[in-house]
Design a protein around this ligand. Structure first.
Ligand code: TYD
Length: 138
């Protein structure tokens, strides 16, 4: 998806149910998000350094700070947009073809990522100039 822009990212309110026992949030692939979930991974105990700094050619993701907070900066080669994930019911839908960087993890943050595909090394673009070439901007 070479044409995607930062404006194609969307923060969604994840479905939640609450009563006197607290809150429960649920995400069903294909229903609450526009893809089936093939993989889940999560980042935690992240020190000062940023994570991410890559793009995907096909992968779609939903990112959630299930606890704590993290700043996610999306970059389409022309524009950048930073999203703050700081609630367990806020999810950032990320289409393919965008460079992402995750930083400013607060202490104890767990950032969970639901992914549309299994792990595939060939889906990654890890060099920023290669990314710009992929987008037709270099
Ligand atoms: P990496 O892609 O460097 O993390 P980041 O999302 O911060 O860029 O992944 C770190 C390591 O984890 C790397 O050796 C590959 C491995 N990994 C998997 O084996 N499967 C996965 O689904 C993911 C996301 C990573």
């Amino acid at each position: 998806m070479k044409e995607t822009t930062v404006n194609d990212c969307r923060v969604i309110d994840i479905r939640k149910y609450s009563d006197n026992r607290g809150y429960l949030s649920v995400i069903e692939g294909g229903l609450d998000i526009p893809f089936e979930i093939k993989r889940i991974y999560y980042l935690y105990m992240v020190p000062e350094a940023a994570r991410g700094a890559h793009a995907h050619k096909r992968l779609q993701q939903l990112m959630i700070a299930t606890s704590g907070s993290v700043h996610v900066t999306m970059d389409d080669g022309k524009n950048r947009k930073t999203f703050v994930l700081d609630r367990p019911w806020k999810g950032l839908l990320v289409p393919p073809g965008l460079w992402r960087t995750l930083n400013d993890f607060s202490g104890g943050t767990v950032c969970m990522v639901l992914a549309s595909e299994k792990y595939e090394v060939s889906d990654y673009i890890r060099d920023y100039d290669d990314f710009l070439r992929y987008k037709g901007l270099l």
